[in-house]
Design a protein around this ligand. Structure first.
Ligand code: B12
Ligand code: SF4
Length: 486
């Protein structure tokens, strides 16, 4: 850990006991928000900045404690997510205890959802709402140059305990033109070539071609965001710079990448011209905009995979979730990808409020028909500050606003809560494992998969298959011994 006065901390969010395949997946990612902040500071000031990825670095905890005791940073910046707040707050408490003079600033989704609750927490010196690059640099300037952040000269989007708005209006900072932000500087990650995709085995670079989302799904916090795209030329310029940094595989983590056919076409034009020879993937796609001709062109530029949030194919539940999809659109999108030769990920949800057992099985039947390359099943929980959660609190389906209470006191574990449906939670989790195993462990799937992948992917594919089988065996044995013990 170097001695820069500004330290950005990417905190662990998966339990150490998470399955091996999940860890391998997470180790190939990094926090794009912190890279964006660090890059902006490097480009616009002379301050030293370091980023520590505590998700990957096993020794980070020990060296952090040493650093805090012997050479504390002036400012620490941390992103807060609601689902990992317990651990994050524990770390913040430790930092303040070891180094009371260090200014702790937080930003990110949780802070934007619960600004008041976050600001009132002990040990947090400032919060930033909205785009963090400009406000965070200004905080660092004041703390480093003047020794403290002056409550009377707060940068835009910044709040402290002494500046809580009396009218309850919290105003986020919006960076005027996203094209003007610098290209993410991957050297902040140290040996960034060590970030390799867990299946493709290529050096990964993560990018966003936009911020916000134009869609309005009621189970998602982004429903209320404003969609702000970068220009297609800027995006291709960033990919070009990534390639020069040694990136082999670019993953786009937009909330929705394929917002319009026109934008996809413009992207194809610009990428064909740039002729980068990169492999790339879209991690946030909707089934509504999958034009075949454009996809054929994008595939030639290296597009290998598209990930779709399907959630369900039941018309009633689609309406309930406020998704603009249908079974027909889902089938058409997957058929197009299959014809063009683009791999697909289908994300499904289990135990959506009101979902029946039959609807769960019908969704699985649809999967067996559309045959995505990869599937993932999330178990629905009442997610903070979403329309569905707020409605459930209001109509008393839920006993209270437990996420807000938790935001006020994150010293107990996250109150993740599942809806009550006709299927018990025990059965839901069993169904999830059963669906995953039935999907992957069948002869046709395996043969097709082996035929599709390149030789270089074989070793990793077998490794992940081994982890899946091991998890399955352990689960079966544990269940069997529990039954015997009863
Ligand atoms: C990429 C991504 C991931 C990646 C990488 C996550 C990571 N640590 O970077 C992966 C796939 C690993 C992932 C995993 C998960 N994710 Co995710 N993910 C995203 C996504 C799509 C983009 C985030 C991003 O990097 N954007 C680009 C950067 C540049 O923008 P930004 O994050 O907004 O950051 C700016 C500002 O917020 C601010 N800022 C951010 N941090 C900080 C820190 C400081 C100090 C300051 C000053 C400012 C600041 O400045 C930044 C630059 O302008 C968001 C969607 C979203 N709306 O944020 C969901 C999102 C963050 N994920 C979410 C969730 C729920 C998850 C999971 C729990 C999913 C799951 N079921 O497992 C896990 C666990 C996440 C965790 N850490 O707890 C939720 C979080 C909701 C919440 N209440 O916290 C989001 C908001 C999606 C949603 N709409 O609901 N995710
Ligand atoms: S679920 Fe996806 S498409 Fe829907 S609002 Fe959220 S980010 Fe947008």
């Amino acid at each position: 850990m170097n001695d820069a006065p500004i330290l950005l901390l990417d905190l662990p969010f998966a339990a150490e006991t998470a399955p091996e395949e999940v860890k391998e997946y997470l180790w190939s990612k990094y926090n794009m928000a912190l890279v964006a902040l660090g890059t902006y500071i490097k480009e616009n000031s002379g301050y030293g900045v370091s980023l520590v990825n505590m998700v990957r670095d096993a020794n980070a905890q020990a060296s952090l404690t040493h650093r805090l005791r012997h050479n504390p940073p002036a400012v620490v910046g941390i992103t807060l997510y609601t689902y990992s707040l317990f651990n994050a707050y524990k770390m913040i408490t430790t930092i303040k205890k070891e180094s009371p003079g260090t200014h702790i600033c937080v930003g990110g989704p949780h802070v934007n959802m619960y600004p008041m609750e976050t600001m009132l927490l002990d040990h947090i010196d400032s919060i930033v709402l909205g785009d963090g690059e400009v406000p965070f640099l200004q905080i660092c300037e004041q703390v480093i140059e003047k020794g403290r952040l002056g409550d009377k000269q707060l940068p835009p989007g910044v709040y402290t305990k002494n500046s809580i708005p009396e009218d309850g209006v919290w105003t986020p900072y919006v960076f005027p033109d996203l094209d003007e932000l610098p290209v993410p500087d991957l050297s902040l990650l140290g040996d960034h070539k060590g970030y390799r995709d867990f299946l493709l085995d290529k050096t990964v670079g993560l990018l966003n071609s936009s911020r916000g989302c134009p869609n309005h799904c009621h189970y998602c916090w982004s429903e209320k965001s404003r969609y702000r795209p970068l220009s297609v030329h800027r995006v291709v310029h960033m990919m070009t710079r990534y390639k020069a940094m040694g990136v082999e595989y670019v993953e786009f983590w937009d909330e929705t990448f394929n917002t319009s056919e026109k934008r996809l076409e413009q992207f194809a034009d610009a990428l064909e011209k740039a002729d980068l020879g990169l492999t790339w993937a879209i991690r946030g796609a909707v089934v509504n905009t999958v034009p075949k001709e454009t996809l054929i062109r994008l595939k030639k530029t290296g597009l290998i995979l598209m990930q779709f949030g399907l959630e369900t194919s039941s018309p009633d539940l689609i309406r309930f979730l406020n998704k603009r999809t249908s079974r027909e659109k889902i089938e058409r999108a997957f058929e197009t990808c299959k014809q063009v030769g683009i791999r697909t990920v289908a994300n499904l949800m289990l135990n959506i409020p009101g979902q029946t057992r039959q609807e769960m099985f019908e969704d699985f039947k649809l999967l067996m028909k559309i045959r995505p390359t990869y599937v993932s099943f999330n178990v629905y929980n009442w997610a903070p500050e979403t329309t569905l959660y707020k409605n459930a609190v209001k109509d008393k389906t839920l006993p209270g606003d437990f996420w807000r209470e938790y935001a006020k006191d994150p010293t107990v574990l996250e109150p993740v809560t599942h809806p009550v449906t006709e299927v018990s939670m025990e059965e839901v989790f069993k169904l999830r494992s059963r669906f995953v195993l039935r999907y992957y462990f069948n002869f046709n799937y395996m043969i097709n998969y082996i035929r599709m992948i390149e030789a270089s992917e074989m070793r990793r594919a077998f490794r992940i298959a081994f982890f899946l089988v091991r998890t399955w065996v352990v689960t079966r044995l544990t269940n069997a011994s529990e039954k015997q013990g009863r």
